[in-house]
Design a protein around this ligand. Structure first.
Ligand code: SF4
Length: 478
């Protein structure tokens, strides 16, 4: 009975959730639902929630209450809540929001279509939470957001116990996919025109710990090097404790593994890292950075940093600034510590006053931005291959620019020069960096445009979505 009913998936949180939402849309379309046109009220609204931030709960229940009048005006409309907050709150959600029809967890996203049907037939809310993974999400149907780039899960869950983090409690212990399954999926993606993949795991470089192969991740990176047509391999998120030399060597010696590393630091202070139970210290972290830089001098390194962790002193914060100055990150995601009920850190003494956290946060951002800009300025005059992203681009007085990513994942706004060719999303533009801004590069001297199969596929998908638009010339196989 779901045939033709429309859906909308609202995604919150990390890449893991973004990837799960591609599965949720794949499942719904497989069950006969269609995406609700922009601006139209959907028959089914799915919230794929995040539980990392304190206000995550308030935001969800706020959004749910906004839907009460919408649902009254839209008989038959259904609301489903999934993701980490659903895994945490379970039946509590339908107690606090009895107009919700389905609650499902992080381990059983495959159940959504059946639960929607059951709730509709029995006119009763369905709450189904699995305590451990039922099927590896990668075996579920998918609807990817991009024609040229794809997430590929290598593991779910995490064996670490960082004291500020609720993920292990909600996503469970680490479960690793078999290497063969991962490579099969990668080959299938490349056959569909994908030329960039991101290997995904809560703790991606611990991959293989479940089947006892400590070098499984570096072996996987090297195996990606043998996949014809796969131009760019990225991965997220590694943990410094498991970042071993075989991974650095595999990155440096595998041509399609990109010179880019996102490695969460969280704090630069050894005593704070100890209270965070991050099981590495400043010296090891900076040692990894040095070894990565000597193996790949052009690598862009980014990170995550938490300011204001319980008990953080001025001296401990200065340690973080010192590591930031030494590590010279291309950019950093910076967070003010947010108490997460259910985590050990939430009950720690000496919670840092908000005003102090705010002041430190501003100082950290200023330091990070300064360094990021200096690092960007080093690239002026450099010639880069830019993978063009989806989006209409932006026009200033004279120049239309499209956005894309350099091999080191830096954001580049690249000019369109019709004499050289108009690139499509998924095509690769070779251009010279003419200006470096704090958070992006500008490349106005276009040397060439390489049309890719990914660009053809993206154009065809767009064509099918908007009949009547003329198709461009197909590109020669590269
Ligand atoms: S490594 Fe730590 S922060 Fe990351 S998901 Fe695991 S417990 Fe959370």
């Amino acid at each position: 009975m779901s045939l033709g009913r429309t859906y909308q998936v609202r995604t919150y949180g990390c890449q893991m959730n973004v990837h799960d939402s591609e599965r949720l849309t794949g499942l719904l379309e497989d069950a006969g639902y269609v995406a609700a046109p922009e601006g139209e009220q959907a028959d089914v609204v799915v919230f794929n929630t995040c539980a990392v931030r304190e206000n995550a709960d308030n935001r969800l229940y706020g959004n749910l209450s906004h839907l009460v009048p919408v649902k009254e005006a839209h008989p038959g409309m259904q609301i489903a809540v999934g993701g980490c907050l659903a895994q945490k709150d379970q039946g509590e959600i339908v107690k606090r929001a009895p107009w919700v029809d389905v609650v499902f967890g992080t381990h059983n996203i495959g159940s959504l279509p059946v639960l929607l049907e059951r709730a509709r037939i029995e006119q009763e809310a369905q709450v189904e939470i699995a305590e451990s993974l039922e099927v590896f999400p990668s075996s579920l149907p998918t609807k990817r957001d991009s024609a040229y780039s794809a997430w590929v899960s290598v593991s779910v869950g995490c064996n670490n116990t960082c004291t500020f983090c609720i993920v292990p409690a909600l996503r469970g212990k680490e479960k690793d996919r078999r290497p063969g399954d991962i490579l099969k999926e990668i080959h299938a993606l490349v056959d569909e025109g994908v030329l960039e993949i991101t290997l995904l795991g809560q703790n991606v470089n611990a991959y293989g710990s479940e089947f006892g192969d400590r070098e499984a991740f570096s072996a996987l990176l090297r195996a990606c090097g043998d996949v014809d047509g796969l131009e760019r391999v990225r991965f997220t998120s590694p943990h410094p404790r498991d970042f071993t030399d075989d991974v650095i060597a595999a990155m440096a010696e595998t041509s399609n593994v990109m010179p880019q590393l996102h490695m969460p630091l969280q704090s630069g202070s050894d005593s704070v890292l100890q209270r965070m139970r991050r099981s590495y210290r400043q010296e090891r972290y900076l040692g990894i950075i040095d070894r990565v830089r000597s193996a790949m001098p052009e690598a862009a390194i980014t990170t995550d940093i938490i300011v204001g962790f319980p008990g953080e002193t001025d001296e401990e914060f200065e340690d973080t600034l010192r590591v930031v100055r030494e590590a010279r990150f291309a950019s950093a995601y910076t967070f003010q510590y947010s108490k997460r009920p259910g985590t050990p850190a939430a009950d720690m003494p000496d919670q840092v006053p908000k005003a102090v956290v705010q002041e430190r946060y501003e100082r950290l951002i200023a330091e990070v931005n300064d360094i990021a800009w200096q690092e960007n300025q080093r690239l002026e005059g450099r010639v880069l291959d830019i993978l063009v992203a989806e989006g209409e681009g932006r026009k200033d007085e004279r120049t239309l620019r499209l956005s894309g990513r350099a091999p080191d994942n830096r954001l580049v706004h690249v000019a369109v020069d019709e004499n050289v060719g108009v690139p499509r999303p998924g095509d690769v533009v070779t251009a010279e960096v003419t200006y470096a801004a704090p958070h992006h590069l500008v490349a106005d001297r276009i040397l060439s445009v390489r049309r890719t199969r990914a660009g053809d596929v993206g154009e065809r998908v767009k064509q099918e979505a908007t009949p009547g638009v003329l198709l461009g010339m197909p590109s020669l196989p590269s």
